[in-house]
Design a protein around this ligand. Sequence first.
Ligand code: PMV
Length: 337
Amino acid sequence: MKSVSAIAHSNIALIKYWGKADTEKNLPATGSLSLTLDAFYTQTQLREAEADRFLLDGKEQSGERLERVKNFLDKARKLSGKNIYCDVLSKNHVPTEAGFASSASGFAALAQAVNSFFELGLAPRELSALARQGSGSAARSIFPGLVKMSQEGFAEPVSPRPPSRGPGYGKGTGSRVKPGMTTDGLDLRLLVVQCSAVKKPMSSREAMNLTTKTSPYYSAWLSSHQADLDDALEAIKQADFSKLGELTEYSALKMHASLMAAKPGFWYFEPTTIAVMNEVRDLRRTGLEGYLTLDAGPQVKVLCLNKDAAWWQKKLQEIPGVLNVTLAGPGPGAYDL
Ligand code: PMV
């Protein structure tokens, strides 16, 4: 019986995408810039079966989660002309649906596995575009380190370089990289601060929809976005961490402001989220450089340089209400096992 396995790591956007230009094709309304992380990943096995099933962390899934996976497999069946059904066995080494970007690693791992299982032979860009159809941010998890995504709906590494040898060499688009290798002169780290264990009350898809349809700030988000992206790419080129950090924080706050101005307004912040946000600004004033970002969930992520990461981790862990702080570095692109 045919079986393949793949791994993809999650990513966090420094310059966010928020809103879709085309909901059918799941095309983003803006570009984005992200960092693929070594600490969080999804491993997915595809096994030939009588009908499609989706097991996440050993539990059989139904409803919307199963439908999204089945729709994705339908695309692969259509592309390959092969009418094969399968068990999708996924294991998340990242908390599910709590703002840890599990859908990014999930659909990137599924795309990578599907490419082998259905023998699609997709080039990296095409694979990224396929992953996007599962989840917008998944397109970026195909690649290692710093990754940019265009409005056309595929991602690519910020600085393309030949893949290094490692477990994924020759079998994936990203292969394994050593931390720091793909972030140019900036040895970036991201601290993921868990502020709440509750499942997010609104999916990013719903929240984007609400924003695009009702927020008067959405047009301002769209018109000011490209400049942030261009400036962030320039900051990377110049290895200007302060500039990149400021833009990272700015992009996240603008994204959340556009959602808060929707009708009805909505926010993902929990009390500990706000406490951490305040503390990051205080610590930056009195201590070392670090910048916050937030996705569609209550967790705060802090971008800093490797040399300051241990200090930040300790300080963030001391904030009352914080459940845990995970240190992440640049991670590899998706690869077959
Ligand atoms: O991957 P999606 O379509 O669920 O969207 C994720 C959106 C954010 O995480 C909030 C921002 C981003 O660019 O990843």
